[in-house]
Design a protein around this ligand. Structure first.
Ligand code: SF4
Length: 235
């Protein structure tokens, strides 16, 4: 069954060799994690969801499209307000509509590799004239790596298999905390084979390094969702 397939995330793909083998293995097996492990994604998840709603029809985003939910802590609500304002300021000039709607769920089955790709796939949009754009929205990501070297960008393009392979598109990475954006134009059809080869190589690295019996205590323990019961931390 599909739900029995191992889970693959951007984090696993990007950091298989440097992640604690036990944490990597449990995450890959999609083992239930401690509550609250994904709190850091609450604001960015809401911003992306609200931005998507703003583009349900061919439209520019406006402030009224962004309404934070009541469950955000005050500091999260402040971050949400800053991020929403930057989204409107940066993208409020060109009407866009969501594209590749069926890929807006949270997982894609990679049948030949026997895994589920789980995680966000950016925001896929197109203009009235059909120009396509993949927006990679972050809050506080000051990454300086080339867009096409980014595991998040590769993951999003891989999750949008048919859409990516349609051809030319613009990739935009935006940090909605600092209001910065970088972009590049690519041909998704040309990129597809290198993306597939990268995925095969990285899934191989995950399988090689994941080991439930080999916890490796270190800096990541403090934020590890599998800290409960970990033998490496027993005294
Ligand atoms: S608590 Fe530390 S050693 Fe244990 S699984 Fe998590 S990261 Fe690894």
């Amino acid at each position: 069954m599909e739900q029995d397939l191992a889970k693959v995330t951007v984090r696993q793909l990007a950091r298989a060799e440097s992640t604690c083998p036990r944490r990597l293995a449990l995450d890959h097996l999609d083992t239930r994690a401690n509550r609250g492990a994904n709190r850091g994604f609450r604001v960015s998840g809401q911003i992306v969801a609200d931005a998507r709603l703003a583009h349900t029809r061919l439209s520019v985003p406006r402030p009224e499209h962004f309404r934070p939910t009541d469950d955000l802590f005050p500091e999260e609500a402040q971050v949400y307000a800053v991020a929403a304002a930057w989204y409107v300021a940066l993208f409020g000039h060109q009407p866009m509509v969501v594209s590749d709607v069926e890929r807006d769920d949270f997982e894609t089955i990679a049948t030949s590799l026997g895994v589920r790709l789980i995680g966000g796939a950016g925001l896929a949009l197109e203009s009235e004239s059909g120009d396509r754009e993949l927006r990679m929205i972050s809050i506080g990501d000051r990454s300086t790596e080339e867009l096409l070297e980014s595991a998040s960008v590769k993951f999003a393009l891989l999750r949008r298999r048919e859409w990516t392979r349609l051809g030319p598109l613009r990739i935009v990475r935006v940090d909605l905390l600092g209001g910065s954006a970088v972009e590049t134009d690519v041909d998704g059809a040309d990129l597809w084979e290198p993306l597939r080869e990268w995925l095969v190589e990285r899934v191989g690295a995950i399988r090689e390094h994941a080991d439930q019996r080999a916890p490796r205590a270190g800096w990541e323990c403090g934020r590890c969702p599998y800290i409960a019961g970990c033998s490496a931390l027993r005294t």
